[in-house]
Design a protein around this ligand. Sequence first.
Ligand code: TXE
Length: 507
Amino acid sequence: MSPADLQLAVGTDGVPTVAGTLYIDGSWRRGSSSRPVLNPADATEISQVDEASAEEAGLAVAAARAAFDDGRWSSVPAAERSAVLGRVADLLQANRSRIARIETLDTGKTLRESEIDVDDVTAVFRYYAALALGEPGRLVDAGNPAVVSRVVHEPVGVCALIGPWNYPLLQMSWKIAPALAAGCTAVLKPSEVTPLTTVVLVGLLEDAGVPAGVVNLVLGAGAGVGAALVESEQVDLVSFTGGLSTGRTIMRSAADTVKKVALELGGKNPNIVFADAVLDAAVDTALTAVFLHAGQVCSAGTRLLLEEPIADEFVAELVRRAELIRIGPGLEPESEMPPLVSAEHLAKVEEYVRVGLAEGARLLTGGSRLSDDQKGYFYRPTVFTDCRRDMRIVQEETFGPIVTVERFSTEDEAVMLGNDTRYGLAGGVWTADRGRAQRVASRLRHGTVWINDFGPYLPQAEWGGFKLSGTGRELGPSGLAEYQEAKHMYENTEPAAQHWFSGGQPG
Ligand code: TXE
């Protein structure tokens, strides 16, 4: 039984409780410090994990570097690498309920959503297992029959994969599955707030047959361990999902070593509803768009834009249904909306509500904790109306269960408001007029646009942001390309002197 199995096997609720949550060069080890992991539903400690020092992060990078440089993974036949990824998918499914439970205890999210996450992640591993089979490269016509010109794609090298706390397992899988498919090696650093399912995932990768040194795991705070990875000269690429300000810091710091950088930095996502939309579906989806996982979703539809004639009726129905949402611990089957992830994050959301009120937005419902003596970090679904485009709650990512409502009168105004953000991750448009849907969707400057829906994503389709939402793409073929370098191989099968220089004649 591997240490990861052991961690899965012990503890109440299957939560890892033994030490040894760093994984370096194929060995589970203790770190130089430890950190308690809290359950957001009641603030109780559910686990202690080891954390790494910057020096231990360096060891993990060195292991990944050595594993890349000796080709122990990139030289494995593509079919075998693909089979390993397929086995990871099988193991995820075999451990589905246990992993989902750990994710719920760690992040707070509802068990139903955690189970969906495990299924989605399984699909991502299966997709990249298929893509790992690869292509022989592209032949290019060099205009000379004696030349064979071929473009091939090679792994980029050692990757630092830094994840967020809202979808820990899912976001890390979006990174490690294509990295492994491409033949890269990696050091994983999940958020210090929610490290547990990444520990489990690394155990599954080990059990699936990923060789020692190819995947390494360090836990710890961003400013210490994360920064050490980003600054390392031995790391070729950083893929980061998290907040805008951390993304900026990472991009600046990666400039010193000219690393490749992929960033997903959240969004402020418009959900545009025209009067001819199927209103029942639009209201229903507007709720899930913003209140799923208590709004802690980078693509949450937090900015609702309603066409004038339906605005009053729509808002009244939205508020009525928002007040019926059952808030509670993620493990309780009747809970529909979970707590926020931490006390710090709850404080941030509360501050945004104060800002909204001070800016003159009108609070229609919510705006408070579930109860004054709550132990967990619950916050009520919150609806603000009378919002203006220059308000901070309209422009900034609150990352909580807060929706702001604005109104528009024309298609042009809807598009203008939909693009009136420095972010560009996702947006939605609701209308029965397919021509208008296509016009508006094509004018929106966001990486994903949903028409008569909000939220779905597919492993086969690229995910990422325009503008300040980031750079690079995850998922789809581009998600693999992030982890590859294109190389042009030009072979002259009939070498002959060209005598470009006159003195270059045979003497
Ligand atoms: O994330 P951070 P925070 C948004 C959301 C949230 C805000 C801040 O608005 O309120 O970001 O959240 C690591 N070098 N999103 O502060 O700091 C850190 O350890 C290297 C959007 O919790 O961005 C963690 O692993 N790494 C988002 C990861 O970065 C560093 C999801 C993310 O943490 C580092 C979550 C450094 N200097 C929050 N500093 C999305 N895009 O979905 C921190 N880290």
